[in-house]
Design a protein around this ligand. Structure first.
Ligand code: CP
Length: 304
C-alpha cells in the first residue's frame, strides 16, 4: 500500500493488519519516553484545508513519536490565498521531496487527485463527505479493544449520515469485518441509496439503538448542509439526542462512541458523553497509535 485514500478499497485482511500493527504502537504511547526512531529521516507534510483538532494533532503527535520530520501548511498562510491552484501548490510541495502528504479538504476526491500528481504517499484525513479512513480505523480499534471482536456486533450509527465522511468510512469498515450496522436519523439526513452499502435503515432512534452493542453518535454537519434538514436544534434533540432513556434500549453493556467534535445537548447528552459507557476520549487516545501504524505501514520504516 502506498496511499491510504479510503476504506472502500481495502479488504478485511488489510484492515485487520493495520489494527494489529497499532497494538505495538499503543505500547509505545504508554512509555515514559514516547519516541522511537522508526521514521527518522522521513518527512511528512500535514495540509489541513479544513478545521481539525483531533486528526491534525494526532497525526503530528504520531509523526513526532516516530521521529519523522513533521511540517504543517494551512491554506490561510499559503499562496492559495493569492490564487495558486491546489495542483500547483501540491507540485511545489512535491518539489521539496516529502515522503508523505496528509490532506484534509472540503472537496470529496481531493486526496485521490493528489495521489495522481504527487510521487509521495497520500493519506486522506477527511475529504468532503466522502471518507475519513483513519477515523474508521481508530473507531474499529476502540471497538475491538472494548468488545474483543468486530464481527457479530450490532452497531447503531445515528445522526447526519448524509453529510458524514465518518459514517461512510465506518460503514465500509464495519460491514467488511462482520458487524451489523443500522443507520438512523431524520429522513433528510439519510441518503436514499445507503442500503446498497449493506446497512439497515430506520428513522426511529429507539429501533436503531435496540439491543445495540455500540451506539455511535454523529454531529449535525451544518457546514455541509445546503438547506434546512430539521426544524431547529431543539426539535432535532427531542428525537435524536442520546440520553439515558434512549440508551436504555441498547444492551446493558453498550459502548457509546462519537468521533468528535460533539454538540452537547444536541446529539448527545452531557451525562452520556461524560458517563462510564462513553469511550470518546479513548477513541482520541487510540487515534495516535492507529495513525502511527498507518504511517509505519505506508512509509516502510524499520520497527525499532
Ligand atoms: N474526528 C475528527 O475528525 O475530529 P477533528 O475534526 O477535530 O479532526
Amino acid at each position: 500500500m502506498k496511499h491510504l485514500l479510503g476504506i472502500e478499497n481495502l479488504n478485511r485482511d488489510q484492515i485487520m493488519h493495520i489494527l494489529e500493527t497499532a497494538v505495538s504502537f499503543e505500547e509505545i504511547n504508554q512509555r515514559q519516553i514516547k519516541k522511537v526512531p522508526t521514521l527518522k529521516g522521513l518527512s511528512v507534510i500535514n495540509f489541513f484545508a479544513e478545521p481539525s483538532t483531533r486528526t491534525r494533532m494526532s497525526f503530528e503527535v504520531a509523526e513526532k513519536r516516530l521521529s519523522a520530520d513533521s511540517y504543517n501548511i494551512a491554506v490561510s498562510g499559503s499562496a492559495i490565498t493569492k490564487g495558486e491552484t491546489l495542483s500547483d501548490t501540491a507540485l511545489n510541495l512535491q518539489a521539496m521531496a516529502p515522503d508523505c502528504l496528509i490532506i484534509r479538504h472540503a472537496v470529496s476526491g481531493t486526496p485521490h487527485m493528489l495521489a495522481q500528481i504527487m510521487d509521495c504517499s497520500i493519506i486522506n484525513a477527511g475529504d468532503g463527505f466522502h471518507e475519513h479512513p483513519t477515523q474508521a480505523l481508530l473507531d474499529a480499534y476502540t471497538i475491538q479493544k472494548k468488545k474483543g471482536k468486530l464481527d457479530g456486533l450490532k452497531v447503531a450509527l445515528m445522526g447526519d449520515i448524509a453529510h458524514s465522511r465518518v459514517a461512510r468510512s465506518n460503514i465500509h469498515l464495519l460491514t467488511k469485518t462482520g458487524s451489523h450496522v443500522t443507520v438512523a436519523g431524520p429522513a433528510t439526513m439519510i441518503p436514499k441509496d445507503i442500503k446498497k452499502l449493506g446497512v439497515e435503515v430506520t428513522y426511529d432512534p429507539k429501533e436503531a439503538v435496540k439491543d445495540a452493542d455500540i451506539v455511535m453518535m454523529l454531529r449535525i454537519q451544518e457546514e455541509r448542509e445546503s438547506g434546512l434538514m430539521y426544524p431547529d436544534r431543539r426539535e432535532y434533540a427531542k428525537f435524536f439526542c442520546l440520553d439515558e432513556k434512549l440508551l436504555s434500549y441498547a444492551k446493558p453493556d453498550a459502548t457509546v462512541m462519537h468521533p468528535g467534535p460533539a454538540n452537547r445537548g444536541v446529539e448527545i447528552d452531557d451525562n452520556i458523553m461524560d458517563g462510564d459507557r462513553s469511550v470518546i476520549l479513548e477513541q482520541v487516545a487510540n487515534g495516535v497509535a492507529v495513525r502511527m501504524a498507518v504511517l509505519y505501514l505506508l512509509l516502510g520504516g524499520s520497527n525499532s
